[in-house]
Ligand binder design. Structure first.
Ligand code: MGD
Ligand code: MGD
Ligand code: MO
Length: 753
C-alpha cells in the first residue's frame, strides 16, 4: 500500500491533475509504453476498440484522444507486463492469497493459463483446456441445471453474451444474473413501468439542444469522465445544470478539458453545475415532489408550466399523482430532502424556464430501498413538462460496465418475459425454461442456504461485489462447482467450490484470431448505440482463449452432440453469431454485420424516444412513489445513512490505487467521511479510529473496524465510505423493492469509537 501523503488537491476534474495521473501511470515499470500509447489512440474510434471502462456513448466525430484518465487506467491495467503463471500459484496457497488486499491480487498481473484448484495442496494447478472443459461438462451434466448460476459482469461482448445465455437455457437454467442486478435494475424495472422501455431515451445530440440538465446521484467526473465534455459544451452554450447529490463531487463543480489547449494553458476551470444541492441520501423523491409542488403553485398562479397537452395525449395516472403532490406536506418534504424551500424554488425556476430538459441519474437513485420509486418519480418529474421523446429532452440513466446494457439486450436476464423464448425455441429446437431464474440477490440467498450447487462467472468479482461479505464468503466454498472466466485474480477466485476452475481470457484490446481470421466483437453503450471493437495487441499469453471460445468449449462439453447451434462455426467466425443475434432480434439488429463501424455506432432504437409507450396501458404512466424517503428506514438517534461510494482510483472491485484526490483521501481507503458536527456530537476526533456496526432490522451482527474518521462536506446524518471494503455491513435483504438492487447508498449503521 502506498503511504504517500500528497498535499490538498483543489484542482478541477480533468485538467493537469488528470494528465499527471495518466503520466504517473505511464512511468510504471510493468507497462509496455509504446503499445499502451498506441492502444490509447485507438480507443472509441470506428475500427478501433471500445474502451473497457465505462458505458458512456462514443461520439460520431471522436477527438484524437477519445479517452479519459480512468479509461487510460483501465487500459494500462489490462496491458500490464506482469503475469500470474503456474509458478505464482506454486508459491502461494489460496489460504495465503486470501490475506492479500484486492489491489495486490489484481496487481500481480494477467492470468495466463487455465488452472484447477487442488484441495490437497490448497493451490491452483495448471490444466489443459480440453481437460478443464471435459470436467466442467461432466460436473454440470450431473447437476440440476436449475441449481447452477450463470453470472455475467457487463463487459463481455454481445456475441459472447448471446452464446452464454443460450447455453444456460439449452441446459435448462434461467439463472442469468448480471452485474446490472446490482446497478441499474431499478432502471430496467422502473423505466419500463413508467415509459415502457428499460433504457434511457436520450441521444447524444439531445445534449446539444437542451436548456437544462438535472443530475441526480451520478458522479460524472469519476465514473463517466468523457461525459464531462458533453456537459461542459451544454453549459457553455447556456444550458443550466442543476445537481442533486449529498456530496460535492469535483467533476460536477469544475472541469478543465485536457483536449482544450486554451483551458489548459490559461488554467481556466469552467464550472459545470449552475446549482448544487446537497440533499440527504434518499431525499430525492422529497426534492422532486417539492419541485413538482412548486410547478402546481405556478400553474395555479396562471403560468402554464405543466404540459397538459402531452399529459392528456400520452400519459395516464396524472390525477392521482397531482393529488399526491398537492397533499404532500412542506415540512416533511424539507425534512426528508434536507433542502430549503429556497433551494427547491431556485431549481424549480430553472426547470420551469427550460424549454427542453434532460434528466441524468446513476446509483444515487437506483441503489436505495425505494430505488424503483426514485426512478418513477424521476420520470414523473420529466413528464410534467413533456420532457420525454422530443429533441433536447429525455431520461439519461448512465450505465456502468461498457456492455452491461447490451448483455441484457441479447438474453442475459433471469426474467422470462425479457427474453424471446419462443424465438429461441424455434431457432434451436428446444424447450427453454419458462420460470423465472435467480437474480443476484436470489443467487446469493441460494448460495447461503445450499440450493445453489454451481457458479459460473463470465467476468466480474461477484463474491466481493455483493452485500454481506462475511456471511457470503464461507457459503461460496460450499458450492459443488465454481468456474471463473477472468483476466486477473480476485477475491471470488479464492473461494473455491469442491471443483473449481480459473479460465483466463483475452481482453478487448487483444487480437482475437480464430479459424476465420481476426475477429470483431460488438458492445452496446448507454445510449443504445452498438459499436464494433477490434483488438490488435498481441495476447498476454499464447494459452489464452477468447471469452467466446471458452463459453463454446463449456457448452459443447455439456450439450454433447446437439446439432444446433454449431459452436465451432460460431467461434471460427463471430459474424455468424451476429447473424443469429439478428435472427433472434430482427427489430434491433437489422443488417447487423453491415453496421459494425458506423460512425458513432448504430442505433438500436427506442420506442419512448418516438413517444410510443410499450407499457401495459399503452400510455406513459405517472406512478405515485411508495414513500418520500427512499432509504426504507427511519431516522433514529445514533443511526447513520452510510453511502458506499467509488474513489477516483477504482473500477468497482478493481482497485488501481489508494488515492481519491477529488475527496482529499490519499494513501488509504479505510475512511469514514463525516460532517464535522456529527464528529463532535459523537464525541469523535478527526483521524481517530472507529468501527461501524450494521443497524439493520434483521439484527444480525455485522461490523467493519479500522476506519479513520475524516471531516467532510456531507449533510448531517449521512456518512460515506468505500465499496467493496464496507460491503460486510450491508444485509443481503437490504435491497430495492421490486428490482432487488442492493441498497448500497443508504445502509443503516451505528458508530463505535
Ligand atoms: N472509473 C470508474 N468508472 C466507473 C466505475 C468505477 O468504479 N470506476 N463503475 C462503473 C459502474 S459498474 C457503474 S454502475 C457506474 C457508477 O457510477 P455512479 O452512478 O456515478 O455511481 P457511484 O459512484 O456509486 O455514486 C453515484 C453518486 O451518487 C451520490 N449519491 C449517493 N446517495 C445519493 C442519494 O440518495 N441521492 C443522490 N441524488 N445522490 C446520491 C454519490 O455521492 C455519488 O456521487 O460507473 C461505471 N464507471
Ligand atoms: N456497496 C456497494 N456494492 C456495490 C456497488 C456499490 O456502489 N456499493 N456497486 C455495484 C455495481 S454498480 C456493480 S456493476 C457491481 C460490480 O460487480 P462485478 O462486475 O462483478 O465486479 P468488477 O469489479 O467489475 O469485476 C472485476 C473483475 O472482472 C474481471 N475482468 C476484468 N475484465 C474482464 C474481461 O474483459 N473479461 C472477463 N471475463 N473478466 C474480466 C477481472 O478478473 C476483475 O477482477 O458491484 C456492485 N456492488
Ligand atoms: Mo454497475
Amino acid at each position: 500500500m502506498s503511504d504517500e501523503k500528497r498535499t490538498h488537491y483543489d484542482g478541477p476534474a480533468g485538467g493537469w491533475g488528470s494528465i499527471q495521473s495518466v503520466t504517473r501511470m505511464f512511468t510504471q515499470d510493468d507497462l509496455p509504453r509504446l503499445s499502451t500509447f498506441n492502444a490509447l489512440l485507438r480507443i472509441n474510434k470506428p475500427g478501433g476498440f471500445a474502451c473497457t471502462s465505462c458505458a458512456w456513448t462514443k461520439p460520431k466525430h471522436p477527438h484524437t484522444a477519445e479517452f479519459c484518465e480512468n479509461g487510460a487506467k483501465a487500459t494500462a491495467w489490462d496491458l500490464t507486463t506482469a503475469r500470474v503463471e503456474a509458478e505464482f500459484f506454486a508459491q502461494h496457497t489460496v489460504q495465503e492469497l486470501s490475506t492479500w488486499p484486492d489491489y495486490e491480487l489484481e496487481k500481480a498481473g494477467r492470468l495466463t493459463q487455465p488452472m484447477r484448484y487442488d484441495s490437497e495442496t490448497d493451490r491452483y494447478v495448471p490444466v489443459t483446456w480440453a481437460s478443464a472443459f471435459a470436467d466442467i461438462g461432466q460436473q454440470l451434466t450431473d447437476m440440476d441445471p436449475k441449481s447452477v448460476i450463470f453470472y455475467a459482469s457487463g463487459k463481455a461482448s454481445l456475441e459472447t453474451s448471446y452464446m452464454y445465455s443460450l447455453w444456460a437455457r439449452l441446459l435448462g437454467s434461467q439463472n442469468l444474473p448480471d452485474s446490472s442486478n446490482m446497478c441499474h435494475e431499478s432502471t430496467s424495472v422502473g423505466l419500463t413501468q413508467s415509459l415502457g422501455v428499460p433504457v434511457g431515451t436520450c441521444l447524444l445530440e439531445d445534449f446539444e439542444h437542451c436548456d437544462a440538465i438535472f443530475i441526480f446521484g451520478q458522479n460524472t467526473g469519476v465514473n463517466s469522465p468523457r461525459m464531462l465534455r458533453t456537459l461542459q459544451q451544454a453549459r457553455m452554450r447556456g444550458a443550466a445544470i442543476v445537481t442533486f447529490n449529498p456530496i460535492r463531487e469535483r467533476g460536477l463543480e469544475f472541469f478543465t478539458d485536457p483536449q482544450s489547449v486554451g483551458q489548459m494553458l490559461t488554467g481556466a476551470k469552467p464550472p459545470i453545475s449552475s446549482q448544487y444541492h446537497q440533499l440527504q441520501a434518499g431525499g430525492d423523491i422529497a426534492a422532486m415532489t417539492g419541485m413538482a409542488k412548486l410547478l402546481f403553485e405556478a400553474e395555479d398562479q396562471g403560468r402554464p408550466v405543466i404540459d397538459r397537452a402531452f399529459i392528456a395525449e400520452h400519459t395516464q395516472g396524472f390525477d392521482e399523482f397531482e393529488s399526491f403532490v398537492r397533499h404532500a406536506d412542506w415540512d416533511e418534504l424539507l425534512a426528508e430532502s434536507g433542502l430549503s424551500k429556497t433551494d427547491l424554488q431556485s431549481a424549480a425556476d430553472v426547470y420551469m424556464n427550460a424549454k427542453a430538459t434532460i434528466g441524468v441519474y446513476g446509483m444515487g437513485l437506483t441503489q436505495h430501498r425505494h430505488g424503483v420509486s426514485n426512478v418513477h418519480m424521476f420520470c414523473n418529474f420529466l413528464m410534467m413538462r413533456g420532457n420525454i421523446g422530443r429533441p433536447g429532452a429525455g431520461a439519461c440513466p448512465v450505465r456502468g460496465h461498457s456492455n452491461v446494457q447490451g448483455q441484457r439486450t441479447v438474453g442475459m436476464t433471469e426474467k422470462p418475459e425479457l427474453a424471446p423464448l419462443d424465438k429461441l425455441a424455434e431457432l434451436y429446437d428446444f424447450e427453454p425454461p419458462r420460470e423465472k431464474g435467480w437474480d443476484t440477490v436470489e443467487s446469493c440467498s441460494a448460495i447461503l442456504d445450499g440450493r445453489a450447487q454451481g457458479f459460473i462467472g463470465l467476468g466480474g468479482n461477484l463474491a466481493r461485489a455483493v452485500p454481506d461479505t462475511d456471511r457470503m464468503e464461507p457459503a461460496w466454498r460450499n458450492l459443488g462447482l465454481t468456474v471463473n472466466i477472468a483476466t486477473k485474480l480476485n477475491r471470488t477466485h479464492l473461494l473455491p467450490g469442491k471443483t473449481c476452475y480459473l479460465l483466463p481470457c483475452l481482453v478487448r484490446m487483444e487480437r482475437d484470431q480464430q479459424a476465420g481470421g481476426a475477429q470483431t466483437v460488438t458492445i452496446e453503450d448507454s445510449m443504445s448505440m452498438v459499436h464494433g471493437s477490434v483488438g490488435d495487441i498481441a495476447p498476454a499469453s499464447p494459452h489464452l482463449l477468447s471469452e467466446a471460445a471458452i463459453v463454446a468449449g463449456m457448452a459443447k462439453a455439456t450439450l454433447g452432440a446437439r446439432a444446433k447451434p454449431d459452436w465451432d462455426a460460431w467461434v471460427g467466425d463471430y459474424g455468424l453469431i451476429r447473424d443469429a443475434i439478428q435472427e433472434t432480434y430482427p427489430e434491433f439488429f437489422p443488417d447487423f454485420n453491415q453496421h459494425l463501424f458506423d460512425a458513432g455506432g448504430f442505433y438500436k432504437g427506442n420506442a419512448a424516444h418516438e413517444r410510443q409507450w410499450h407499457t401495459k396501458s399503452g400510455k406513459a404512466e405517472f406512478l405515485v412513489p411508495q414513500s418520500l424517503n427512499a432509504t426504507g428506514f427511519s431516522k433514529e438517534p445514533g443511526r447513520f445513512r452510510l453511502l458506499t461510494i467509488r474513489s477516483n482510483d477504482q473500477f468497482n472491485t478493481t482497485i488501481y490505487g489508494f488515492d481519491d484526490r477529488f475527496r482529499d483521501v490519499m494513501g488509504t481507503r479505510m475512511v469514514v467521511l463525516m460532517n464535522s458536527e456529527d464528529i463532535q456530537d459523537q464525541q469523535l476526533t478527526e483521524g481517530g479510529m472507529i468501527t461501524l456496526d450494521s443497524d439493520d432490522a434483521d439484527q444480525i451482527p455485522r461490523s467493519v473496524s479500522g476506519l479513520e474518521v475524516r471531516r467532510f462536506n456531507i449533510p448531517r446524518g449521512c456518512i460515506a465510505g468505500y465499496f467493496p471494503e464496507l460491503n460486510p455491513l450491508i444485509s443481503l435483504t437490504h435491497h430495492a423493492l421490486e428490482s432487488n438492487v442492493p441498497a448500497a447508498k443508504s445502509v443503516p449503521v451505528r458508530i463505535r469509537a
